[in-house]
Design a protein around this ligand. Structure first.
Ligand SMILES: *Cc1c(COP(=O)(O)O)cnc(C)c1O
Length: 420
């Protein structure tokens, strides 16, 4: 396997270590093949909002496997999951299930281009929507309007239709609409960014984008693969009360099994095959095991009490990390929305918020984060092996787990500081 892994971040490359191999996940813990136990804040990068192997999800999947793993025909499970998502997200009365967040984003972009009959896609630097060719772009030198491929193998002809703006920069968004307004099919973003570390939208940003998109006949795409059912039952769109035209989902709605979905109004979604002409299909789409894991997971969320619990745990961790960093003389910006949290370890003495990709890449001390990560791992806490990821708290985490994490962090921040 290239790099020894099935997905790059798992290699621990950006913290300069050898990766840990896991044999079991249970509740808030991971156990590696050497029998080390870790309090887990990776949580499979988001899906496991109720921790590893919650009893009801386990039971639902076990029950379903006895009835078959895939039918090549429709099942009632898809209808029930579609209804559950629609009830939580009013902007998604119609939904198509796929197998990953990447597939959701790729398909949603095709949908937006097909419906608007326009080609240009705008994305925010640092937002991640999976490894979709058209979105593997970085800003071109000076030119605001054309992205360059950020990976070999992506033709420049594909990214030439992708423009990049900084997240949270409404003026830059206006500028791109001024230049290209009638050519822009879709403006895609994470409504709360989690994939450069947690960066909340600034007040008015999402509302401003909504207005610009409506005015220009552009589709607003919220990629809620991470934030959907994570920050709120209704996702970031519910939290901030801004409705996109198209929503991408994944992660939590599959309860730890492979899933993705995209949805929107019937008028938009009925353009997808076989209702409409825009082609998209999948052998394992709407897979009964994934649907049953998703349904069992969402059933744990629908009364909303979990979000109160996660908010309290998140606030406790945030406060503890801030104190621990201050005691060690480490400058941090601890950024959090509910149970998504990132402590950005900053260069210099001056604390400042990370608001976009430029901030993230210029203010953060990634070498210090690598030292912090190692000390946390040695102390029995599994963090994402990169500064630019969200940590996830689950309902399986206890106050005791959080307090233990903070205790380990007190020493880990000292280790982060030591070689600085
Ligand atoms: C994880 C993620 C994706 C990609 O999902 P996969 O299932 O890994 O393909 C897309 N968008 C966002 C916002 C994500 O967090």
């Amino acid at each position: 396997m290239p790099g020894g892994v099935s997905s790059p971040v798992r290699s621990f490359k950006s913290v300069g270590l050898s990766p840990v191999f896991i044999k079991e996940g249970k509740g808030a813990r991971l156990i590696d093949v050497d029998n080390n136990s870790y309090i887990d804040y990776v949580m499979s990068y988001g899906p496991l909002i109720a921790g590893h192997c919650p009893p009801t999800v386990r039971a639902a999947v076990a029950k379903q496997i006895d009835k078959g793993s895939s039918y090549g025909c429709s099942s009632e499970l898809e209808i029930r999951l579609a209804q559950t998502v629609s009830e939580a997200m009013p902007s998604v009365p119609m939904i198509r299930f796929v197998n990953s967040g990447t597939e959701a984003a790729m398909s949603a972009i095709r949908l937006a281009r097909g419906v608007t009959k326009r080609d240009v896609v705008v994305k925010c630097a640092g937002c991640y929507h999976g490894h979709v060719d058209a979105l593997l772009v970085e800003a071109g030198s000076g030119a605001l309007t054309h992205g360059n491929p950020s990976s070999p193998g992506v033709p420049a002809s594909i990214t030439s239709n992708t423009a990049i703006v900084q997240y949270n920069d409404l003026a830059a968004a206006k500028e791109i609409f001024d230049k290209l307004g009638d050519k822009i099919a879709v403006f895609a973003l994470e409504p709360i960014c989690g994939n450069m570390g947690v960066i909340p939208p600034q007040p008015g940003y999402l509302e401003g984008l909504r207005e610009l998109c409506t005015k220009n006949g552009t589709m607003l795409l919220f990629d809620e693969v991470m934030t959907g059912f994570r920050v709120n039952l209704g996702g970031a769109q519910g939290l901030f009360n801004v409705q996109p035209d198209v929503t991408c989902l994944g992660k939590i709605i599959g309860g730890g099994l492979p899933v993705g979905a995209y949805g929107g109004s019937a008028a938009i979604m009925n353009n997808i095959s076989p209702a409409g002409p825009i082609y998209q299909a999948g052998t394992l789409s709407g897979n009964p095991l994934a649907m049953s894991a998703g349904l069992a997971t969402l059933a744990l969320l629908t009364d909303g009490t979990i979000y109160t619990q996660l908010e309290a745990l998140g606030a406790r961790l945030e406060a503890g990390l801030k104190d621990a960093a201050a005691a060690a003389g480490v400058t941090v910006s601890v950024q959090r929305v509910g149970s998504m949290i990132t402590p950005f370890i900053l260069k210099g003495e001056q604390p400042k918020p990370i608001t976009n990709y430029i901030d993230a890449t210029s203010f953060c001390d990634t070498a210090a984060y690598a030292r912090f990560f190692k000390a946390m791992l040695d102390g029995g806490v599994m963090l994402p092996p990169s500064q630019f990821e969200a940590w996830f708290i689950s309902s399986a985490h206890t106050e005791g787990d959080v307090d233990q994490t903070i205790d380990v962090a007190k020493e880990a921040f000292k280790a982060a500081k030591a070689a600085a």
